[in-house]
Design a protein around this ligand. Structure first.
Ligand code: MN3
Length: 242
């Protein structure tokens, strides 16, 4: 092995070790005290199940949070026990090396993290549109807020099967819109487009089928009424600073 390919080999090995929780995610920090089967817990929904009515119905929210999201959390804990690796301190760290983890960890870590973000970027009675630096950036890149919404909806509707639509700040500090399949997210090394997510939309059928059936376009259209623009602007400003 020549010196440069040896360096590359060592670099990749270190990344795999980090993904496996060996370094520096957990073992350097000492023993993790929480029992592994309970490392991840389902956070409560930040509002009542019926808070997003009439746009997203109570029953959909209850099932989505208490059963779907809960299952990702439960399965994630099981996946770490099965894999015999330490649990990372932060999922964001794990995502950088997720290609080295099992499909069960990838799907359920994404499922857990994405839903926490999804609940946070929604709220009842929020602003109708963003303001300040984010609105300026949207207008500069998409011409108008309406045009941005049209493009975002197009991406959400264009995702074949299950997945998410994402708005991110990319490494050039530009906004970018795309969708990813299943529970993948833009922080994962496997994602074909990456960035810091500031807005996301779950377009799995479980997110809308009870109320909207096959009419995903009606769900996407209604969803704009419950976007928590204060939270999205906060995420935008943090992404621009980092
Ligand atoms: Mn979902």
């Amino acid at each position: 092995m020549n010196p440069s390919s040896r360096r590359e080999f060592l670099r990749k090995s270190a990344m795999l070790a980090a993904a496996a929780g060996l370094y520096p995610l957990a073992s350097k920090a000492g023993k993790i005290l929480i029992p592994p089967q309970n490392n991840f817990q389902l956070p409560p929904l930040p509002y009542a199940f019926d808070a997003l009515e009439p746009w997203i119905d109570k029953e959909t929210m209850r099932i989505h949070h208490d059963f779907h999201h809960n299952a990702y959390v439960a399965n994630l804990n099981v996946a770490f026990v099965e894999s015999h690796i330490d649990v990372p301190l932060k999922l964001e760290d794990l995502f950088k090396y997720i290609s080295a983890a099992s499909p069960k960890i990838r799907n359920n870590a994404g499922g857990h993290w994405n839903h926490v973000m999804f609940w946070d970027i929604m709220k009842p009675g929020g602003k109708k549109e963003p303001e300040g630096a984010l609105l300026d950036a949207i207008k500069a890149q998409f011409n108008s807020f309406e045009e941005f919404k049209r493009k975002f909806a197009e991406i959400a509707l264009g995702r074949f099967g299950s997945g998410w639509a994402w708005l991110v700040v990319n490494d050039r500090k530009r906004l970018n819109l795309f969708s990813l399949p299943n529970q993948d997210n833009p922080l994962m090394d496997v994602a074909d487009q990456k960035g810091t997510p500031i807005l996301c939309l779950d377009v799995w059928e479980h997110a809308y089928y009870l109320k909207y059936q096959y009419k995903r376009y009606e769900y996407v259209d209604a969803w704009w009424n419950v976007v928590n623009w204060d939270e999205v602007m906060k995420r935008y400003n943090e992404a621009m600073k980092s």
